[in-house]
Design a protein around this ligand. Structure first.
Ligand code: NAP
Length: 488
């Protein structure tokens, strides 16, 4: 781990001077700056440039030039990605501190995110090595006699990546890793609250041998630099992860571009009486509350069969009460602050609304001495409450009961979102019924909907998005299939 010097709270990032971003072959400080403060205690962590649309223009032009002048062969892409995985493992603790400080993600959870970033680089390297086109049997058509056809996978062009605050490292690697595997240069706009993980990542990739111009960072507001990236005619693809309103706004704004959207969810889990409900209660302890529920697949809606509801809730509440609330830098902490006071107050408002409509707080619902919202379980929840109908994105699990399995499947499906859903049952027929009936990007049986491995196809339908991430799947989006025909 890098030694912290007195003016640093994040290794390699000054708290007193602007941290410049790599852009157009140099380090850019910008005319204006953004203060980045700890969501936990408001302490100033550092400053980054607040860039403009002119900076985005320069970055995109430079990215195109890099792809043109320094194209990367597949073996070079793979070597860079493998080296990046090794460096990420070495610098894991530095990245964990950056994540914990800027996103208030508890340090032990932040280390887990850095470990996942290692895996995402490894899988991206594997894809770079094996990327291939198809042969096309042209002679299968009468007109194709004597002709040979095949496809080449060529880079789509400059990728504009826009990332959220909640996984400030691994979700960026999910865009940058596959883009390198595809041979594309990236112009990255990180969330304004969490730019430092991205800046450290750019330094790491330069050390791994990524040529200049293949990863540039444009810090600044979504409305300014985000829109400039979306509007730029030389950005071939926007890879966006964030909230549905912003994501679908981008889709509408750029009808002629490829736009990949990874958006929100209100993940349901159904717990049948014949399922291992004690294991479900143990898993939901983390699945509902890791990073204070700020994960797109946080377990939010728990549908439990009425015959086991009391026993299940007793177990769940006992588990949740074990969670340690506090400073994200403390080793023992499980749950820390939400990303802003405004977000915390919104979630508190939704809890009050649920209570007014007949919900009961089984645990939590209040703030600790530092103003952190405690992990909250609400029973007697109803589908129309905000805590069920919308994405909470906070430390709240809403428990509803049901009588029939068919009704539970219906309730789970009755949502504008569609990322991942789950069921616990020991009956294989019910598991298969869920697999066929639950209308989501992923259906998990005897696992929480929050589970993810970094190489699986991950993404949603309806308001949850329109694409699948995971290096092998992202690379398909980030390449064009060029048809080659040889006439003999
Ligand atoms: P957000 O507010 O939508 O912001 C995401 C990114 O978009 C940020 O970089 C933001 O910049 C930028 N942005 C804002 N307005 C923009 C605009 N008009 N044009 C272009 N870019 C713009 O989302 P968030 O609060 O950071 O993240 C939480 C959301 O992400 C949740 O809904 C969560 O479910 C979703 N999410 C989904 C996945 C998935 O894989 N499906 C994973 C993680 C998170 P600023 O920071 O400068 O505003």
């Amino acid at each position: 781990m890098t030694q912290l010097i007195p003016t640093q709270l994040i290794p390699g990032i000054s708290t007193t001077e602007v941290t410049p971003v790599p852009l157009a072959g140099g380090l850019v400080f910008g005319a204006a700056v953004i203060d980045v403060q700890s969501p936990f205690d408001g302490e100033l962590l550092g400053q980054v440039p607040a860039l403009t649309s002119a900076d985005v223009d320069r970055a995109v032009a430079y990215a195109r030039k890099a792809m043109h002048e320094r194209p990367l062969a597949q073996w070079q892409r793979a070597e860079i990605l493998d080296k990046a995985a090794l460096l990420m493992a070495e610098r894991r603790d530095d990245f964990a501190i950056a994540i914990a400080r800027e996103a208030a993600k508890p340090i032990k959870t932040a280390r887990g995110e850095a470990d996942r970033a290692v895996a995402t680089f490894q899988f991206s390297g594997a894809v770079a090595r094996t990327l291939t086109g198809d042969t096309v049997p042209l002679e299968a058509a009468a007109v194709g006699g004597g002709k040979i056809g095949f496809t080449l996978r060529v880079p789509v062009g400059v990728v504009g990546a826009i990332s959220p605050f909640n996984f400030p490292l691994n979700l960026v690697v999910h865009k940058v890793g596959p883009a390198i595997a595809a041979g594309c240069a990236v112009v990255l706009k990180p969330a304004s609250q969490t730019p430092f993980s991205s800046i450290l990542l750019a330094r790491l990739l330069a050390d791994a041998g990524l040529p200049d111009g293949y990863l540039q960072i444009v810090t600044g507001s979504g409305g300014t630099v985000g829109n400039a990236l979306v509007d730029h005619p030389d950005v071939a693809l926007i890879s966006f992860t964030g909230s549905p309103d912003v994501g679908w706004g981008i889709r509408a704004r750029a009808p002629r571009k490829r736009v990949g959207l990874e958006l929100g969810n209100n993940a349901p889990v159904i717990i049948e009486a014949d399922g291992d409900w004690a294991t479900a209660a143990a898993k939901i302890k983390l699945a509902g509350f890791a990073h204070a529920g700020q994960s797109c697949i946080s377990t939010q809606r728990v549908l439990v069969h009425q015959s086991i509801a009391d026993a299940f809730v007793t177990k769940l509440v006992a588990n949740v009460n074990e969670l340690v609330v506090g400073d994200p830098m403390a080793e023992a902490t499980d749950v820390s602050a939400l990303i802003s006071r405004a977000e915390r107050d919104r979630v508190v408002g939704w809890i009050s609304e649920a209570v007014s409509a007949g919900g009961q707080v089984a645990c939590g619902g209040d703030l600790d001495a530092n103003g952190v919202l405690r992990p909250t379980v609400i029973v007697n929840a109803k589908p129309e409450m905000n805590i069920c109908a919308l994405e909470v994105f906070g430390p709240v699990v809403a428990v509803q009961t049901y009588e029939s399995y068919d009704t539970a499947l219906q309730i789970a499906n009755d949502t504008r979102y569609g990322l991942q859903a789950a069921v616990f049952t020991s009956d294989i027929a019910k598991g298969l019924q869920a697999a066929r009936t639950l209308d989501f990007g992923g259906v998990l049986i005897n696992e929480v909907p929050t589970w993810r491995a970094d190489h699986m196809p991950y993404g949603g339908i309806r308001d949850s998005g329109n694409t699948r991430e995971g290096p092998a799947y992202s690379v398909r989006e980030m390449t064009e299939e060029r048809l080659i025909i040889i006439s003999g």
